[in-house]
Design a protein. Structure first.
Length: 103
């Protein structure tokens, strides 16, 4: 069984046991629930929401808080002596998918 979940403006295809990164958020405890389920499939006909599937949710176990790769932002104008370099490093939650429940 799999589900397509919306999180922070991105759509993610998840199955039970998958490990992936989501945007950092405040978490109480070590589990969260994703309620924005767009589609559930795998057993027979898929269930497609309008826009979300009623009563569907995905249980997620939080493993750790990690940092993504460093991104370099460089601004440059030739022959003007203008050079700026900054960086950014996004913070994520590493999570594991638990149960996918439908209505």
């Amino acid at each position: 069984m799999y589900a397509i979940v919306e999180d922070s403006g991105t759509q993610i295809k998840v199955s039970t046991g998958d490990v992936f990164n989501v945007d950092l958020r405040d978490v109480e405890g070590d589990a969260i629930t994703l309620d924005n389920v767009l589609m559930i499939g795998g057993d027979g006909e898929p269930t497609i929401g309008t826009p979300y599937v009623e009563g569907a949710s995905v249980a997620v176990e939080v493993l750790e808080e990690i940092k993504g790769d460093k991104l370099d932002i460089i601004k440059f104008k030739r022959r003007k002596g203008y050079r700026r370099k900054t960086g950014h490093r996004q913070r994520y939650l590493k999570v594991r998918i638990g149960d996918i429940t439908a209505k």
